[in-house]
Each structure stands twice: as structure tokens, then as C-alpha cells.
Design a protein around this ligand. Structure first.
Ligand SMILES: [Fe+2]
Ligand SMILES: [Fe+2]
Length: 236
């Protein structure tokens, strides 16, 4: 049995010292790895990322993260990335990592994802260049994700995103903003890639549980949704 601790949208700011760190003491008794589903910081400012990195240094289990839209805001993504990875965190950007837990190989495919919308209410590659670029980016991210998942030859394939691949976990959000909360191309990638489970964040007012059209479990682990430092999930 594999135990996964997952959380997202921790939105660290300059006053967040030890906010997550205090919950990481003894986490190895409860989980084999920790997943962070983006929006690690409020603005992506290096000082915010440094405060988070200090906390994550204490984490005794492998910690795997993706960035969220907030982490891009300050526009110092390379610096933020270095600070985070120097603390030992594995940052996934359309990439994967394999973690061995005993005899079991766990593949984790991660990327931020993007908006775009869902079947019947999504953008299209039509009209203005800005609109075409938006949708092109959504689709490109999803195509990357599918490739990364398909290339994993592991006992379990976990997908870690920031944006949502389904509408199911957005219930409670205003319908008008669904196209900014995720897109269904990501769900297609998860289904075609035959993933075991997907974690995402970003939808603070959504709900925790949903599944892709192909039946892959999806968990929205945004902290305002799970209302704990992290939730623990098991794969049997
Ligand atoms: Fe967020
Ligand atoms: Fe977000």
C-alpha cells in the first residue's frame, strides 16, 4: 500500500514561516511521499519561496511539486525554481519522476496545466491571435502531459497538476470562470495515458472528489477545499 500526502494552494507569503513546516514533523509515519499541487506562493516572489523552502527542507519524505499561476506572477520563475529545488523538492514541469517505495515503482507526471474550458463551453483556436495562443497553449500542455504519462512504465502513474482536468471538482465555483480553472484536454491525457489517480488545486471553492470520463479518480487538494495542512490517500 502506498500512502500519498497531498495539498495545494498553500500561497506562502512573507508571514508564512513554519505554516506547513509544523505539520511535516512525523509525516513519515503517515505518508510515503508529499505532493504539492501549485500556488506554492502568493506572488512567486523569491522571499516567499525562500520561506517555503525553509519549511520543506524539514520534510523527511520525497516532496514533489508543480507550480501554479500565482508562482508566475512576480515573473522570476527561474529564481523561484532554484530556491525550491535547492531545498530538495522535485519540481515537475511537463516531466516525471520515479520514486521507489519498497518494491513498488511510483511514477509521477506533473505540469501546471492551463485554462481553456470544458466540453460544450470551451475556447477554440479561432479569431484573434491572443485567443488562438491561449487555446494552443492549453492543448500543448495537455499533449505534453499525455506523452509524459505514456512514457512511464511504473506500477502506479500519479498525475500532479495545478489546473483542473474536470468540471466535477469545480462544483461551488462560479460557472463563468470554469474556462480559467482548467480544461478537458488534460482529462483526455489522463485517460489516454492510463493514469492511476490525479491531484490538482487552483479551484479554492470547488469540491475534493471527482473522476475523469474514463473513470480515473481526481482529487482537488487545494487547501481551502481539504481544510487541513494535507490529506492522505492510499493506493492499493
Ligand atoms: Fe490558488
Ligand atoms: Fe491557482
Amino acid at each position: 500500500m502506498i500512502r500519498i500526502a497531498a495539498t495545494g494552494d498553500i500561497h506562502y507569503d512573507k508571514n508564512s514561516h513554519n505554516r506547513l513546516g509544523q505539520h511535516l514533523i512525523g509525516i513519515e509515519e503517515k505518508a510515503d511521499l508529499l505532493l504539492l499541487a501549485g500556488d506554492l506562493t502568493q506572488t512567486g516572489h523569491p522571499d516567499e519561496m525562500r520561506i517555503l523552502a525553509e519549511d520543506l527542507k524539514k520534510c523527511p519524505i520525497p516532496t514533489i511539486a508543480v507550480f501554479g499561476n500565482h508562482d508566475y506572477h512576480f515573473n522570476e520563475i527561474q529564481i523561484a525554481k532554484k530556491i525550491l529545488t535547492d531545498s530538495g523538492v522535485i519540481l515537475l514541469e511537463a516531466s516525471s519522476v520515479i520514486i521507489n517505495i519498497g518494491e513498488i515503482k511510483i511514477g509521477i507526471a506533473g505540469l501546471k496545466g492551463f485554462g481553456g474550458g470544458f466540453v460544450g463551453a470551451c475556447g477554440s483556436e479561432f479569431g484573434e491571435e491572443e485567443m488562438k495562443a491561449f487555446m494552443r497553449h492549453s492543448k500543448k500542455e495537455a499533449r505534453h502531459l499525455e506523452e509524459v504519462i505514456k512514457n512511464l512504465n511504473t506500477d502506479y502513474k500519479i498525475v500532479l497538476l495545478h489546473y483542473s482536468p474536470i468540471e466535477g471538482t469545480l462544483t461551488g465555483e462560479r460557472k463563468e470562470i470554469y474556462p480559467f480553472l482548467g480544461n478537458y484536454f488534460l482529462a483526455e491525457a489522463i485517460d489516454y495515458g492510463k493514469a492511476s489517480i490525479c491531484f490538482h488545486g487552483h479551484a479554492h471553492s470547488g469540491i475534493e472528489r471527482g473522476e475523469t470520463p474514463g473513470g480515473v479518480p481526481v482529487r482537488n487538494v487545494a487547501q481551502p477545499v481539504i481544510r487541513h495542512a494535507f490529506n492522505t490517500y492510499t493506493l492499493n
